[in-house]
Design a protein around this ligand. Structure first.
Ligand code: IDP
Ligand code: MG
Length: 154
């Protein structure tokens, strides 16, 4: 059985514009993770500032919040064993130039400020729950058992 950990994954405006929603969802599904929520939306300035609060003192903060609010995003929640860390591995390094081929950023990105996807940081305890709560009410999340669960987990 999965430990039922949930994590937040968002296709950023560049990923949406480049038609990568399906590709990214497909990779997460293929890995065996279970979608627990999804929302196609455009972030406003307040949500962007809250979501990226840890970076508010950084020189790139204004560019980052301008970019993340510049177009629609696809916000999702995924459930599975060690989901936060597993997704971060699938995303690759923050800078696509350093991201390994085979990772989402390594396969679809070139530039640090256009790295296609966001995922909760597994090294920041509680980041997953905090980010999920920013984007989703409890009743917008669905707990369900995937038909292949017995074949995904020992
Ligand atoms: P992460 O997205 O891999 O968790 P963070 O360090 O949390 O990386 O940074 C958040 C986002 O801010 C990154 O995904 C990237 O788009 C952007 N970013 C991070 N560092 C820089 C920088 O030095 N210059 C410009 N943008 C940056
Ligand atoms: Mg981060």
């Amino acid at each position: 059985m999965s430990d039922g950990e949930r994590t937040f994954v968002m296709v950023k405006p560049d990923g949406v514009q480049r038609g990568l929603i399906g590709e990214i969802v497909s990779r997460l599904e293929g890995r065996g993770l279970t979608m627990a929520g999804a929302k196609f939306t455009q972030m406003d300035d307040d949500l962007a500032a809250e979501h990226y609060a840890e970076h508010e003192d950084k020189a790139f903060f204004d560019d980052l919040t301008d970019f993340i609010t510049s177009g629609p995003v696809f916000a999702t929640v995924w459930e599975g064993q060690d989901a936060t860390r597993q997704v971060r591995q699938m995303m690759g390094a923050t800078d696509p130039a350093e991201a390994a081929p085979g990772t989402i950023r390594g396969d679809f990105g070139l530039d640090l400020g256009r790295n296609v996807v966001h995922g909760s940081d597994h090294e920041d305890p509680g980041a997953n729950e905090r980010e999920i709560a920013l984007f989703f009410d409890d009743d917008e999340l669905v707990g369900w058992e995937q038909i292949d669960e017995d074949w995904l987990y020992e």
